[in-house]
Design a protein around this ligand. Structure first.
Ligand code: KIV
Length: 279
């Protein structure tokens, strides 16, 4: 019997039981398969795709169609994990009708089970509307990378009492509007603990300390595949960038030296060896 699909409700029950939730980003079929086999609860097709896969400087450039392309690939690999897709910059900020249509595409065309949108008070109304339309919403507050230019860089948010109170108010408002989960990015651990205690819905931290109900990491950061930029909150569980480079350099060496392909990688048809070559 296949394991039942993880849902937002499953994750809310995990919070109630005090069990930690594991979320990871994924952008393609093979890594999504591996992540699911390794036991993650939820896969996020993050708009970090723009940076770690497509080579853009920020997350702002990725389009709905590009996000959908990758969401479909991840959906093909997931049988058990909850699949969340990020709505990219300007796909939900223009107006709520357009936002609802775009959000629906992630469920209908992408195979996602929920969408994630960034922001506090400005997206409370939209969160309410999407939830009422049957589109599960994951909120995201704190450092919201789509506002990197407005925030003046990737900085820890909520460091003074007034800013901390605003984030707590945003968290409660998003929960009341129907958000099912809330990502907390780059905020002090003490504030994340306070928000986590105040909410019934699970908090998922990234750079938000150990007291969140769960954690999310960017796959390429934790595998050491994006090694030209290392955020402090990311832990390297592998050095895959170096390993991949080593393997490709060995291939280059062997082909150049005529050592690859060897006999075991080649095919032979003895009849051809016996056929005299035509002059
Ligand atoms: O795009 C992304 O990968 C994210 C995570 C950092 C939460 O939003």
């Amino acid at each position: 019997m296949p394991e039942p699909r993880v849902t937002i409700r499953t994750l809310q029950e995990k919070k109630q039981r005090g069990e930690k939730i594991v979320m990871l980003t994924a952008y393609d079929y093979p890594f999504a398969r591996l992540a699911e086999q390794a036991g993650v609860d939820a896969l996020l097709v993050g708009d970090s795709l723009a940076m770690v896969v497509l080579g853009h400087e920020t997350t702002l450039s990725v389009t709905v169609d590009e996000m959908l392309h990758h969401t479909r690939a991840v959906a093909r690999a997931t049988r058990r994990a909850l699949l969340i897709a990020d709505m990219p910059f300007l796909s939900y900020q223009v107006n709520e009708d357009e936002a609802t249509r775009n959000a629906g595409r992630f469920l209908k065309e992408g195979g996602a089970h929920a969408i994630k949108i960034e922001g506090g008070a400005p997206v409370v109304g939209l969160t309410h509307r999407l939830s009422r339309a049957g589109i599960p919403v994951v909120g995201h507050i704190g450092m919201t990378p789509q506002s990197v230019h407005e925030l003046g860089g990737y900085r820890v948010q909520g460091k003074d009492p007034a800013a901390a109170q605003r984030l707590l108010d945003d968290a409660l408002a998003l929960q009341d509007a129907g958000a099912g989960l809330l990502v907390l990015e780059l905020i002090p651990a003490e504030l994340a603990a306070r928000i986590t205690r105040a909410l019934k819905i699970p908090t998922i931290g990234i750079g938000a300390g150990p007291h969140c109900d769960g954690q999310v990491q960017v796959l390429h950061d934790m595998l050491g595949l994006f090694d030209w930029f290392a955020p402090r909150h990311a832990k390297r569980y592998a050095q895959m960038g170096a390993e991949v480079e080593r393997a490709i350099a060995a291939y280059v060496r062997e082909v150049s030296a005529g050592e690859f392909p060897a006999g075991e990688h080649s095919f032979s048809a003895p009849a051809l060896a016996e056929t005299p070559e035509r002059k």
